[in-house]
Design a protein around this ligand. Sequence first.
Ligand code: PEP
Ligand code: MN
Length: 246
Amino acid sequence: MKIIAGVCSAETESQLLTTAGLLKIFGIDTFRAGIWKARTRPNTFEGAGDIALEWLKKVKELLSIKTMVEVATPTHVEKCLKSDVDILWVGARTTVNPFSMQELSEALRGVQKLIFVKNPICPDVSLWAGAVERLARSVYDIKLIHRGFSVFPPTKYRNEPMWELASEMRKEFDYDMYLDPSHMAGVRSLVKTTITDGYTRGYDGLFIEAHHDPSKALCDKNQQLTPQELFEEIEKNEKLFQKSEN
Ligand code: PEP
Ligand code: MN
């Protein structure tokens, strides 16, 4: 199973270096970090912004780890390209908007970068499909992330999996499908069992949040694992699923 892990949000240079350094020790080669955070309400932590691109450059240079950032606007794309971010992703609040997807697609024309597309917030597969089709006009290297859907009334998940919707996308598109247990589950104990769902259901990879000290995280602290915890879960599942394959 391919694993992408990293902080919900870049907070400081030392937070990035510490978390990425630990993840690297555990064999992770791609580090995610949100820089511009689309928070539901203003006046909460909205990400460190442009300065974090400099921190990420350092992470990449010192640790030889690939970096991955969320983009929601053409300006984000331009800044990431300038700062040599390796991989981009589109978040659930952006996939939902065809205007935004069209703009991103135009900004990415001719750019040879891998880009991941999360499912939209609402349980509508055609919005997800449309987002991917728009991007595919410009970009050939696309992968998908299933992070669950917002439903009412709320369930034990932060975002209800609705596994069948991700299966529909997997049937329609031949792109790798990653699972995001962090935003799907929302709390650590459920994140751990959701990781196992990813293995059971044959996902191509995991896209998951980790922080060297989750209790101090400025964003999504309840769903972030320490690198050590993440490593233990991965190791447990790898053993279990290797055994069942033999
Ligand atoms: C994230 O991955 O940091 C994020 C904001 O997730 P989502 O777009 O799934 O809410
Ligand atoms: Mn998050």
